[in-house]
Structure formats: C-alpha cells, structure tokens
Design a binder for this molecule. Structure first.
Ligand code: GAR
Length: 210
C-alpha cells in the first residue's frame, strides 16, 4: 500500500477531497507550515495525524526542509502530495523525493506559473483556464504534467468565480491522479520517464468542463 503524506498551508479543500476519495493508498499524516491552517482541523476530524513545522522558526529553507524530510522518513512515506502548500522546496529536498512529489497548480501549465493565476487569466482575456497536477522538480511549476482540468472562462467570471470553479476541478482530478499512482496506473521511472498505462506519457490527461 502507498503511504501518503499531504503538505498544506491553508484551507485544505483539496486535502478534504483526497480524504473523501477513499484512496487505495493510506494517508499517514498531514504536515502544515502554518499552525492556524484549517486543513489541520480537517485532518484531525478524520483521525489523521498532523505535524506543524513552522518555516519561520528555521534559519533557512534547507533547515526547514530537513525537518520535514525527517518526518516523512519517520512516517515511511512513499508519496508526498502538496495540496495548497505555499512554500518553495529546496533543490536538496526535491532531489531526495524525486518522482515522489506531486503538486496541484491553479492554471493550465506551462501557462501562468507562480501566483495570482486567476487574475492573470482575466487580464489576458483567455478563453480557457483550469488546473494541473504535476510532478515537482527543482524548477517551479515545471515538472511533468499528469492531468489537467479545463474550463471555459465566461464573460461574467471574476477572480472569485474562477477560483471556485477551478477548485471544483481540482477536487475531481487530484484524487484521480493520486489513485492512478497508488494503483500503479502511473509510474515514475528512475530515468525520469513517466508511464501511463505502461506507455510513455507525453501529454497530461485532460478533464474538460466546457
Ligand atoms: C489550490 O487552488 C491550489 O491549486 C493552490 O492553492 C489552493 C489550495 O486550496 N496551489 C497553488 O497555488 C500552488 N502553487 P486548498 O487549501 O483549499 O486545497
């Protein structure tokens, strides 16, 4: 069985979707870098152990990541799932967990890496928007994309409505991708190749809500 750790910083609606999905993997624990993250309450309600590691208490990124790394090793984790975890990870940490860290990002990567994605989509006047589940690499929001949820931007959309609709897509695609990994449908090979149903994956699987 795949032992999963989920890293959070905020509300944890994606964590909730992962809990509710009854994955074949086991969510062993939740780590937050913020002591007041609502995600921690969600984990506790589902009897999942939590650990707060406040980044502010460490002199630098590496020191914070080392403590996180040790907790993941103590929990015997196979898969690290970033669910609204708003810290950039050090190259050392990412390399230690190469092929074992996933992130969800609120845009159709490679477009709109970084912050304020909904506002940037509206500013540009894009027709499509969505979210991407991808492997994490040292470069921000640049690892292999595994799945995307795609929606149509409507004339009446604002940042709030887009955020809400993207969240709905996130809650659908993130548990699906995690389950694909737990069940062996997606495999990350040591040479970096990602297999989906035993074939090299060149494009993310797309879920459209148009
Ligand atoms: C999600 O929309 C996720 O895509 C985003 O944070 C939100 C967390 O919501 N992540 C990033 O922007 C990472 N770059 P949640 O706490 O309700 O799951």
């Amino acid at each position: 069985m795949t032992n999963i750790a989920i890293l959070v910083s905020g509300s944890g609606s994606n964590l909730q979707a992962l809990i509710d999905a009854n994955l074949s993997g086991h969510i062993v624990g939740v780590i937050s870098n913020k002591p007041d993250a609502y995600a921690l309450e969600r984990a506790k309600k589902s009897d999942i152990q939590t650990r707060v590691i406040e980044h502010k208490q460490y002199p630098n990124r590496e020191a914070f990541d080392d403590v996180m790394n040790q907790q993941l090793l103590d929990w015997n984790i196979d898969l690290v799932v970033l669910a609204g975890f708003m810290r950039i990870l050090s190259a050392k940490f990412v390399s230690a967990w190469h092929g074992k860290i996933l992130n969800i990002h609120p845009s159709l990567l490679p477009h709109y890496k970084g912050m304020h994605t909904h506002q940037r989509v509206l500013n540009t006047g894009d027709v499509y928007h969505g979210c991407t589940v991808h492997y994490v690499t040292a470069e921000l929001d640049a690892g292999q994309a595994l799945a995307q949820g795609v929606l149509n931007v409507k004339h009446c959309d604002d940042v709030r409505s887009l955020a809400q609709r993207v969240h709905q897509l996130e809650h659908m695609i993130y548990p699906q991708v995690v389950e694909w990994i737990c069940s062996g449908k997606i495999k990350h090979l040591d040479d970096g190749t990602v297999l989906y149903q035993h074939k090299a994956m060149t494009q993310p699987v797309q879920f459209c809500q148009l």
